[in-house]
Design a protein around this ligand. Sequence first.
Ligand SMILES: [Zn+2]
Length: 229
Amino acid sequence: MFHWRAQIRPGVSVAFTDANAGNLALHVGDDPGEVGRRRGELERTIGATPQGLRFMNQVHGTAVAVMDVGSPVPEADAMVSRGVPLAVMVADCIPVVLAGESPDGPVLAAVHAGRPGLAAGVIPAALGSMADLGAAGIRAWVGPSICGKCYEVPAGLQDEVAAVVPATRTTTSWGTPGLDLPAGARSQLEQAGVSVEYSGPCTLETPSLFSYRRNKDTGRFAGLVWCHD
Ligand SMILES: [Zn+2]
């Protein structure tokens, strides 16, 4: 069910699911009942209350939603909370989960960073919202996503993204212009003083993970961060 999972401090864990957890997204033409059943199984496994795991309608923007128990599903690409379990869905985009400490307890975040969101600054936007909640000592876990050796883009698009996030400029394994989105995410996090505790492998090269570039009809796996007993 999990590609990777760790307790990062007493009472706080992060994880990235794999294809064995099944598709967790409602927007890819899958049976909503089946998706709900899989989400429920995931919640039971991690010890979250039913419907406690918060998902978002991801739109490749920079909106950050502050989530509480009972918050409706937001249209956003980042969520922050004071412990409410958060989930970000991906299949080649980067799932970034973060945790920091405030005087009132842990502050969590889950971020969907694809090419447009990364370039538009969704990661710094999420860090800003965490700071607004009083978070310090923020750490990040950068989940599996398509790597720069596999992600070919037109030269003009490479220039456009690299102009705002220089660390993304790369060359694919077959010698064409590419974008290294994980390197870009890491550069933004490190510039903000956030330590990167984990970097996941390439989705396209890892059969146990969903990859949109490998299969357009694919499901979505998830990055999770949650508080527990
Ligand atoms: Zn790759």
